[in-house]
Write a protein that binds this ligand. Structure first.
Ligand SMILES: *Cc1c(COP(=O)(O)O)cnc(C)c1O
Length: 424
């Protein structure tokens, strides 16, 4: 598999290099030079998730990774289902939250961990990352138990929810978590200092497991096929997919699935008040506002970092950007959407509720609608309980960790101390 840097097309790498490096020169994103066309879509759709995903990823990555090895990576990563649930006539939910941290990032995170373990070479690897909550959990669970990969996660002490903390600070083993006596920005600054320290970087094989890593996107392609596989051939004919979008990685993966040949009529990018893309598609002007806090906080992004990949795909395929649907909801509208879904017998959370409502606003007669549910309702327990006036029991995956003791170390925001800790 060959990839190029979107900012500097002359910089070309293979899959292993792209996975190890994460980003190219000038923070440029890597993107596949060629996306194949899959011939036998109906046969693929008839296969079970793991087997089908092995074939899809094998076709994209090619012979750089031996088939047996790739098949094992996919099998180890995709250990949970992605069911489609009917919400009303012609409108379906794709539930992506049945993984260990109850969010769709488990798909990308787990496959990236497998990919990094497969292409790492001989040296030691230390994953260092700062989290304000959810990414830490996904990274910790994805890398937990992998040999010769140490993970260190920094988070602001007392500034993430107790439940979030329990989810990733109770694992132990190769996962070390550090509660920093400062805010999230200070944690990020410490991580940046560590990456700027060439000697340290070399000594412990620092890697960021960056969210922009191409391996994450490749994994996410597979659940679009899984969704289509659960619909009838008639419903697949005029399928419209609404994606709750923050950094637009999820949408990019869907567009790659369509490029591969999956019959999706069109996509809708659904956002909250951080609506840079919906405004851009209307006006042609790229003018990000300051980021505002919303109920759907995983989408509080006003400069989506995957957007260059989206534009590259439209250009390459000769698609007009005007074919991309888009819509944005306020928090009040999000609450209303959640209530409407609940009245129809479907319990959702703010991100999925936005994708649902924007889909409903734009779906035309004769089309089948699918919206992506990116997190389990219990991950947004406080909001969901308040808006719907209900009590949400903790799902077993969360409850299990909630009962375990915290294993975090504590530290001031002091780089010398962190450096010594990392070298220990
Ligand atoms: C990360 C995240 C999103 C946004 O996904 P992108 O790929 O960044 O667009 C949406 N919902 C939830 C729950 C998330 O965690």
């Amino acid at each position: 598999m060959n990839l190029y840097n979107i900012k500097h097309p002359e910089e070309q790498v293979n899959f292993a290099q792209a996975v190890r490096q994460g980003l190219g020169k000038d923070q440029g994103l890597f993107f596949p030079q060629i996306i194949p066309t899959l011939e036998n879509i109906d046969e693929l759709l008839a296969l079970p998730l793991v087997e089908r995903s092995q074939k899809i990823l094998g076709a994209i990555i090619g012979d750089e990774i031996p088939t047996d090895k790739l098949n094992a990576m996919v099998k180890n990563a995709f250990t949970f289902p992605a069911p489609v649930e009917k919400v009303e006539e012609g409108v379906y939910a794709l539930e992506l939250f049945h993984g260990p941290t109850l969010a769709f990032k488990d798909f990308g995170g787990r496959f990236m961990a497998q990919a990094l373990a497969a292409v790492r070479g001989d040296g030691k690897i230390t994953i260092l990352t700062a989290t304000s909550g959810d990414t830490g959990a996904a990274v910790a669970h994805a890398f937990y138990g992998l040999e010769n990969i140490d993970v260190v996660i920094l988070y602001p002490k007392g500034k993430i929810s107790p439940l979030q903390e329990k989810l990733f600070c109770t694992l132990g083993g190769n996962i070390r978590t550090v509660a920093i006596n400062a805010d999230f920005d200070a944690c990020q600054a410490l991580v940046k200092q560590a990456f700027d320290d060439a000697e340290l970087r070399q000594a412990i094989g620092l890697n960021s497991a960056n969210s922009i890593n191409i391996s994450r996107l490749l994994a996410q392609i597979c659940y679009y096929f899984e969704a289509a596989a659960q619909l009838s051939p008639a419903e697949r004919q005029n399928l419209v997919v609404s994606v709750p979008s923050g950094n637009f990685g999820n949408l990019t993966a869907g567009l790659i699935a369509k490029t591969l040949g999956l019959p999706i009529k069109r996509f809708i990018a659904s956002t909250n008040a951080n609506d840079t893309v919906p405004r851009y598609l209307k006006s042609g002007e790229w003018s990000p506002n300051a980021t505002v806090a919303t109920l759907s906080n995983a989408m509080d992004v006003s400069r989506p970092n995957n957007w260059p990949r989206v534009e590259a795909l439209f250009k390459r395929n000769g698609w007009a950007l005007s074919e991309l649907g888009a819509g944005a909801l306020t928090d009040v509208e999000t609450e209303d959407a959640l209530k409407v879904q609940y009245a129809k017998g479907y319990l959702c959370e703010p991100h999925g509720a936005i994708a649902y409502q924007v889909l409903k606003d734009q779906l035309q007669a004769g089309e089948t609608g699918l919206f992506l549910c990116t997190a389990h309702p219990a991950k947004f327990k406080e909001s969901v309980e308040r808006i719907l006036n209900i009590e949400l029991p903790l799902p077993e995956a969360l409850d299990k960790h909630n009962k375990l003791p915290l294993l975090s170390d504590e530290m001031d925001a002091d780089f010398a101390q962190l450096r010594a800790y990392l070298l220990k």
